[in-house]
Design a protein around this ligand. Sequence first.
Ligand code: DGL
Length: 269
Amino acid sequence: MIGIFDSGYGGLTVLRSIRELLPQYDYIYLGDNARAPYGTRSFDRVYEFTLQAVRHLFDMGCPLIILACNTASAKALRTIQQHDLPSIDPSRRVLGVIRPTVEAVGDLTQTRHVGIVATTGTTNSRTYELEMAKMHPDIVVTSQACPMWVPLVENYEFDGPGADYFVRRDIETLLTRDPAIDTIILGCTHFPLLYNKVHAYTPAHVKLISQGEYVARSLADYLRRHSDMEQRLTRGSMARFLTTDDAQTFASAATVFLGQEIVAEQICL
Ligand code: DGL
C-alpha cells in the first residue's frame, strides 16, 4: 500500500488527486489529528511526530510514503530520507510535496514572480525558496505565512465569514509585498479547501496552484521510472483511513473533504 501522511485533514486533498490519477493502487491515509496543527510547532516536534507516523506506516507494510503535508515535507523529510531511512530500510521511500510543486511552477508563471501561502513552519523553513533557487533560479519568491488558515479548515470554518477576513487580509498583504506576482502556490495541503475564498480575493490574472494534481503526476512519473517499487504495490483500489483522534469525527469530516463516505480507525503513535 502507498502511505499518505498529513497532520490532519489537509492531505485528503492530495489523496483525492492521487486516487483520481492512480486508482488501481491501495492506500493508507494517516492523519495525526490529535496533534494538528503542525504549522506552529518547532522543527524538533514536527520531525519527531512525522518520524513516528512514517514508522507506523512502514510497520503496516507501506513500501512508499508520501508526506502530503508541506510542514512535514519542509521540516522532516530531508532528515528522514538521509538519516533515518538508511537504518530503517533503505529499500523503502518517503517523498514530499514541495519539490513536485516547485518543479511544476516553472511552466506556469510568466512574470517569474511567484507567491507562496503556507503555514508559519513552512515559510520559516524557507524550503520553497531553497528548492526554487535550485530548480528555477530566475523566479522571485515571496512567502506569506497564513497561520489562521489551517485552524479555519480543521474547525470546518472554511466557508464562513471568519475565513473571508483572514484570507482577504493575507492575500492582500502578499500582493502588496510583490505586485508582480502572477502565480500563487497554495503551499499547504489544507488550503485547497479554502480555494473559493482565495479565488474571490485574488485578481483574475493571478493563477492559483493547488498541489494535488502536481503531486499525483509526479508520483505517476516516479512509479514509471521505478518499476521495482511499482511492482511492490498492491492493486485492489482500496483506501484505509487512520487517525490519532476520534475515528467518528474524522470519518464525518473526511466524507465532506473527499465527497465520499469513509470508515476511519483510531490509532496511537
Ligand atoms: N497540511 C499541512 C501543510 O501542508 C500542515 C497543516 C498544519 O498542521 O499546520 O503544511
